[in-house]
Design a protein around this ligand. Sequence first.
Ligand code: NAD
Length: 415
Amino acid sequence: MEELNLFEYAQKQLDTCAEILDLDPGVHAILRVPMRELHISIPVKMDDGTTKVFQGFRVQYNDARGPTKGGIRFHPEENVNTVRALSAWMTWKCSLLNLPLGGAKGGVICNPKEMSERELETLCRGYAYRVSSIVGPDKDVPAPDVYTTPQMMAWMMDEYSKTVGSHKFGVITGKPLSVGGSAGRGDATARGGMITIREAAKELGIDLRKATFAVQGFGNAGSFAAHLAVSMFGSKVVAITDSRGGIYNADGLDTEAVSEHKAKTGSVIDFPGSTPISNENILELDVDVLVPAALENVITEKNAAKIKAKIIAELANGPTAPDADDILHNNGVHVIPDFLCNAGGVTVSYFEMVQNFYMYYWEEEEVHKRLDKKMTPAYHSVLETSKTYNINMRVAAYVVAIERVVESMSDRGWV
Ligand code: NAD
């Protein structure tokens, strides 16, 4: 089977928006390709005495709006086209949130689950050293992503600092608090999503104090989302699933107790006082807010017409297949698209950069306040654009983001 080229898919999305915006062909051509990419080979002396060479990439897609930003993925199936697509999406995401940043992404082909801590540290340091000529606090700022952790960010920051000969905490984000991490990073993705849900509920006239939620996935994004739905709004979370199955209680689940149950047993299933629900059925529940927070492609043309939720808040990346979008839009389901809904993480990463530049650190409440000031206008700019052009929320988000990058390119005299 031919491998799906994610980058061609990202280019297609851009082409659709170029048509809506009637983009100049030269501008469109610049936006269709990354401005820079670095391919590196990283030798690592393994614990068994052999030397292995790992392939790595850093792709900087567009820096018209400022230094580029984007995570580093460690994955056995990493490939440069995936990294290119993700770097384009980071460009649009940072622009959508109106952050003064461009977009980038990095990756290393490796299986971190099969490597020792010492091997991983050597790999991280090797990566940081080899990309040091193109990254930096005012050039390009990486962050954690799939299978990379705050500890790895700390090693990379340390290696970069040693390479350039001064403390450069701001070269990377997602660091532990002891070396320049930001308060409020833990639940930032879910909290940002909740802010967009709050605004969507106002638009649709839904009283969140009486609203019901269903949350698919109970990891970092999903578990915080479930807790915050209760603590921020007083809503009822009636269903939760994870990879092993799900639980339902029409009167609402005690989300903190579910977390404790999962910590003890490894899953949410068999939570006392609940009935089982499958990962398919949770999507079709009659709830006010459905939060996919696990996998991609769970809402497709097969089940889109059966969705009864009024709001779908996409905390996961790519939970809705392209064919399903129009069905949902035509049925009046309000979709908060992934790169808006889950942008709280990158927004607090940006705050981490700001604090590193300042050398002064904010209290958690300050981070929450500033996150709201970024997420709320981002949501409304997408909503207004969707109404102006009569397009679905996802296409509207691309239009807002791309329009801003074009404006910066034009003001800089690039086009
Ligand atoms: P995670 O690994 O912490 O949690 C994933 C959850 O999904 C787990 O509860 C797991 O049991 C569940 N899951 C796995 N397979 C499943 C299946 N077949 N059916 C139902 N549930 C299943 O991951 P995360 O960090 O919470 O990320 C979840 C999604 O949110 C991903 O799409 C990720 O890209 C996106 N996201 C996360 C962040 C963040 O800051 N954590 C930021 C942006 C986007």
